[in-house]
Design a protein around this ligand. Structure first.
Ligand code: SF4
Length: 104
């Protein structure tokens, strides 16, 4: 599987959702992110949020608090897209991304 290039948003599971549903505050984000769990572009979405340091809303199935925690744990990562792409290529073995993602 290749990393989705171009405009991955057209395949987003939330494409037809009311944006207000994902851009909620606090504990409501944990419920809102359920729509992400079956999203075919979840990884692309998460990479964009992490690389651009997007602070608000649910992206890639992670709340803003979870993303902040991940960024604090991995200050060494400068290119999340590259890291996640590599993880996807090597998805048959446990890797850094999967371990990091599970820990959140
Ligand atoms: S991962 Fe979630 S927020 Fe991102 S595109 Fe998919 S459904 Fe939307």
């Amino acid at each position: 599987m290749t990393f989705e290039q171009g405009d991955w948003r057209v395949r987003a599971a939330c494409r037809d959702e009311n944006p207000d549903r994902l851009f909620v505050r606090g504990a409501e984000q944990r419920q809102a992110r359920v729509v992400c769990f079956g999203c075919p572009v979840r990884t692309e979405c998460l990479a964009e949020a992490l690389d651009k340091r997007i602070e608000f809303g649910v992206w890639g199935g992670m709340t803003e608090r979870e993303r902040r925690a991940l960024l604090r744990r991995r200050p060494d990562v400068r290119d999340w897209r590259a890291l996640l792409e590599a993880a996807r290529r090597d998805s048959t073995e446990p890797n850094e991304y999967q371990n990091t993602y599970r820990a959140s």
